[in-house]
Structures are given as structure tokens and as C-alpha cells.
Design a protein. Sequence first.
Length: 292
Amino acid sequence: EAKRKGRNRFEYYNSKLDEHSDRVFSLLQKLRPAILNNKLEVYFQPLIDLHSDTICSMEALVRWPQEDGAMIFPDQFIPVAESSGLINKLGAFVLEEACRFCAHQHSIGNDKLTVAVNLSFSQFRDNSLPGIVESVLKKTGLAANFLELELTESILADEQGNISTQLEQLKKLGVQFAIDDFGTGYSNLNYLRSFNAGKLKIDKIFITTLGIDEKHEMLVSAIINMAKSLDMKVVAEGVEGDAAKTKLIELGCDIGQGYLWSKPIPESQFNELLKVERQANDLHLTFDESPA
Ligand code: C2E
Ligand code: MG
Ligand code: MG
Ligand code: MG
């Protein structure tokens, strides 16, 4: 009986594995043509400067719209792209869209806006990344210091690979860096200090319940203080409510990102968002300047 059960369980896991690899395989078969035929889209999510309450940056987040109106999210297809070698093409596409949109914003007067692009570990595999970044900046005309590359701690921790050489080359181009998903990886504070990124992004698992539940408050406070002592700006991702925002301001966090302000949205909607903000500011200025 036990033996039979054991075998059943084995077959169960086996069929789960098959299901999984079938799904990955069919995703991959659809992803390749989607990338080649420009079917992916880049959405943008605003980052809010908590001191001035204005949009200071935007993060480029890739989306895969389906014919039937459904949307596939990056957590599902980025891993497939990474393991199949498609990530370089995908990454270059996102980078170019992001830089082009940011350069466009500068040309219409939003000339302080920066843009953040996520990088995968596997984009460093063939040493082509610094060259791609350099040519995209040239092609789009975006000044390097307005591009911010988001790295996870695992990328910094790669010692035997050739990642650090490429990071040095990227630094020489003048691009900025942010450490993404901080608190979920294997933090090596020594790498963090010596790498000298401009920003630290606290992972959303610590942020969403902030101000409601005290569980993560000490931790977030400690991360903010540590980042400050390393001269880094702190970004909180996953800010969903006013309670979290209020708490973050109280703790000295610099920048917020989350559904409280906006989900990731297509370019046209982002334009609207900026327009509304500008109008509100103009109104503000008019009031400020009018005689009492
Ligand atoms: P990430 O870089 O940490 O991006 C933030 C994720 O949090 C995004 O998910 C965003 O939609 C989500 N988010 C933002 N605000 C909130 C909030 O208030 N509440 C909640 N619950 N979530 C929020 P998304 O767009 O699904 O992306 C997931 C991950 O996929 C990203 O995490 C990033 O690691 C990866 N990714 C996305 N685009 C790219 C890309 O172009 N290249 C690479 N290599 N990775 C990408
Ligand atoms: Mg990110
Ligand atoms: Mg990330
Ligand atoms: Mg994250």
C-alpha cells in the first residue's frame, strides 16, 4: 500500500513537472516571434519624490499583450527569456524604448525626469551589455546620467564571472545604478558599500503593510538609516496606501513607488499624468506669485 502511494506521488510530481515544462515550452515558442515582431510593450510606473511630492523618475516594465486582450506579466516570461537566450533581445528592446521615451520627455520640457531599466543576471553573459547601452544612448540622444540601471544583489555578488568589469564599463559611460528588491537577496553589505549605487530600492514585501502592521517597521527604518549612511537615496516600492506613505516620510524615505500613485501604465497615460501634474504646479505658481 505504502509503495503504491509512493509511486502515485512520484507520478504526481512527474506529471506536474511535465505540465511545467510544457507550459515553458509553449511560452517560449510564442515569445520568440513576439519579440522579433515587436509585440512586447513597455509600460512606465512613476516614482515620486516624497520631499516635493512630484514625479522624479519612471521605471520601465515590460508587458506582453495577447491577441485576446489578456496580458502576460514579466514574472511569467522573463525567466523563460533568461533561460533561452532571448533576454538580450528583450533587454535591448526595453532599454531603447525607455531611453527614447525619456529623451522625448526632456524635449517637451520634463527635463529632470530619469528612467530606470531592470537588468537580468543573464544579460551580462556575453559581455555585450556595455556596448548596447552605449549605442542606445547615442541613438536616442538621452544623456547617460538620466538612465538608471536596476541591479539585484545577486549581480553584485558575482565574483568569478566578468560582471564587475562590465559594471565598471557602464559606470564609465556615466549611467546611474539602483539596487532593486533590497532585503530579499543575500545581502553583502561590503559589496553594497564598495559598489556605490545611487539608490537603494526596498522590496515591496516590507512596504505594503507599513503603517498598518508594525512587523516590518524597525527593519525598514534600519534599512533607510543604513542607506543614508552609505549616501544612497532610498526608494520604497509597493506603496499602496496613505498609511505607508505617511510612515515612510516619517522614517526619512526619499522616494516612493506604488499603486497609491499609479500602476505601470502605457506611454500615452504617462503623458497625461505628467500633464496633469504640470498644470497643478502652474496653478500653484500662479497662486504663489499673486499679490496678497
Ligand atoms: P521589479 O523590478 O521589482 O518591479 C516592481 C514590480 O512591482 C512591478 O511588477 C510593479 O508592477 C510592481 N508594483 C509596483 N507598485 C506596486 C504596488 O504598490 N503593489 C504591488 N503589489 N506591486 C507593485 P511587474 O511589472 O509585474 O514586474 C515584475 C518583475 O519583472 C520586476 O520587478 C522585474 O524584476 C521584472 N521585469 C520587469 N520588466 C523587466 C525588464 O524589462 N527586464 C528585466 N530583466 N526584468 C524585468
Ligand atoms: Mg525594478
Ligand atoms: Mg527586479
Ligand atoms: Mg521589486
